[in-house]
Ligand binder design. Structure first.
Ligand SMILES: C[S@@+](CC[C@H](N)C(=O)[O-])C[C@H]1O[C@@H](n2cnc3c(N)ncnc32)[C@H](O)[C@@H]1O
Length: 446
């Protein structure tokens, strides 16, 4: 582990690189008012990664061991740590009451005007917004409130709003109940015996519960679309990281199993000319604006209600595709999903899955840097960049809390397909450069 001084020097060197890049490109230096670190070339993006890593590590060292633990548990015992649960609360309140919508995009207003517009009392508006301002979400001068770059995103990106709502409504209550769920159901393999079920509706799975609340299901679908815009998870890695052209001819059909609102199929349809897509999901809500297809895609994408725990009804497709499906389920149920594909398999049929892959070791930025060759750094060149520090391990525990699902190592994927049927043969597991996910290509060998 490097010393505080070495970490600070490393951070300084990267900060200088980023500032010099902005100046050489005629960009202003980055600030909370305007994000000028978007669309960075790979070497500058890597400098930003190192800066985040070294400053984050330096902060945790400076917090000292007790500070590090108490910061994580979101409970401040020492004066240097932050109350992270309050950070989350102020952001959620800003989002829930659409406070950002009541601030002009390029002007200023008062707290009482925001209160009038939102219907929340001035006192609550002031308490939530002044706390959020401590995190550079909004700023205030002489009693006038205006946007920062972050608060402006809340006002201008509806899918970000849906993602914050989804996380606070679905994930947080679930996470708090995981230990109770493990104590009550130590096997941890049923989707209705989870932290989520205990928090929301005992004995009921997350998807069954959300089906009773269409607006929350809609937020969930939008959040999936939003995550796909994050550079490390961007669906473009799937579009460019696989030779779809080999299938791009009339008559080829791809079934997007559990395809939700079809964000993957829409991206693949836009990048190809002939492949037809059937998006199957248990929840197909015809009135969701997210299902709207642009003219060019009409006739190429069809939505179909299907429960993937029943036999696959489309028998003649050449490709069966999954994104973010297998990780929702314990091995017991993921194997059932795969077995239900078997009656549709013909010699050479492909099953392609685009999933997070765990490595057999810790997933932190620090260790990622040392394992860079095996697991390339996600590059971050996108405005919608989200910190990727440990996301695969974070994701693993979120899957546990929501579904008793899990993220898997390559070995665990081989084992899963093997358990379903020995004729599923894994041809490759490849992580496209800059992507946090891998394309798992499986062929059926009759
Ligand atoms: C994590 S989302 C992924 C959606 C989509 N594949 C994507 O990447 O955007 C999981 C999806 O599985 C669907 N699902 C859950 N249980 C299902 C079932 N038994 N049959 C079909 N779809 C199901 C949900 O409705 C949801 O759309």
């Amino acid at each position: 582990m490097a010393s505080l001084t070495a970490l600070a020097e490393e951070a300084l060197a990267q900060a200088k690189k980023l500032d010099a890049y902005c100046l050489s490109e005629g960009r202003s230096l980055t600030s909370f008012d305007s994000d000028t670190l978007n669309d960075l070339p790979p070497d500058i993006s890597a400098a930003r990664d190192v800066l985040i890593n070294s400053s984050h590590t330096m902060k945790r060292l400076a917090l000292r061991p007790l500070g590090l633990l108490t910061e994580i548990i979101r409970f401040s015992l020492t004066y240097v740590t932050h109350f992270q649960s309050a950070d989350a609360l102020s952001l959620t309140a800003v989002n829930a009451y659409s406070l950002a919508d009541h601030v002009p995009l390029h002007g200023s207003t008062t707290l009482s005007e925001i209160a009038d517009g939102s219907g929340l009392s001035v006192q609550l508006v002031e308490r939530f917004m002044r706390h959020a301002m401590g995190n550079h979400i909004f700023t205030e001068e002489n009693g006038m409130v205006r946007h920062t770059a972050s608060s402006r995103l809340l006002a201008t990106l509806p899918d970000l709003k849906a993602t914050v709502s989804m996380t606070s409504a679905e994930t947080w209550p679930a996470v708090l109940k995981v230990i109770d769920a493990i104590n009550a159901f130590p096997e941890c393999d049923e989707p209705n015996e989870t932290g989520y079920s205990l928090a929301h509706e005992p004995g009921v799975t997350m998807f069954a519960h959300m089906a009773k609340h269409p607006e929350r299901m809609d937020n969930f679908g939008k959040a999936m679309g939003f995550y796909s815009k994050n550079d490390a998870w961007n669906v473009r890695h799937l579009v460019t990281g696989y030779a779809w052209s080999q299938f791009d001819r009339p008559g080829i059909v791809l079934v997007d199993v559990g395809g939700g609102q079809g964000s993957v199929s829409k991206a693949l349809a836009s990048a190809t000319k002939h492949i037809k897509f059937i998006v199957q999901d248990e929840q197909i809500s015809s009135n969701s604006d997210s299902l709207a297809l642009s003219d060019g895609l009409q006739g190429r994408i069809e939505f179909m209600k299907h429960d993937f725990f029943t036999e696959q009804p489309i028998k003649s497709a050449q490709i069966y595709f999954f994104r973010w499906i297998l990780h929702d389920w314990s091995d017991k149920h993921a194997v059932r999903i795969l077995k239900n594909l078997v009656p549709a398999m013909r010699d050479g049929t492909k099953v392609i899955s685009f999933e997070n892959i765990l490595k057999d070791g810790p997933e932190t930025k620090w260790t990622e840097r040392h394992a860079r060759f095996a697991f390339p750094f996600p590059q971050r060149a996108n405005l919608l960049d989200i910190e990727t520090d440990g996301i695969r391990r974070n994701g693993d525990l979120v899957m546990l809390a929501h579904f008793n699902g899990r993220e898997r190592t390559p070995e665990a994927f081989r084992d899963l397909f093997g358990q379903a049927d020995a004729r599923f043969v894994i041809e490759s597991i490849r992580r496209p450069e800059g992507c946090a996910m891998a394309i798992i290509e499986v062929i059926w060998k009759a």
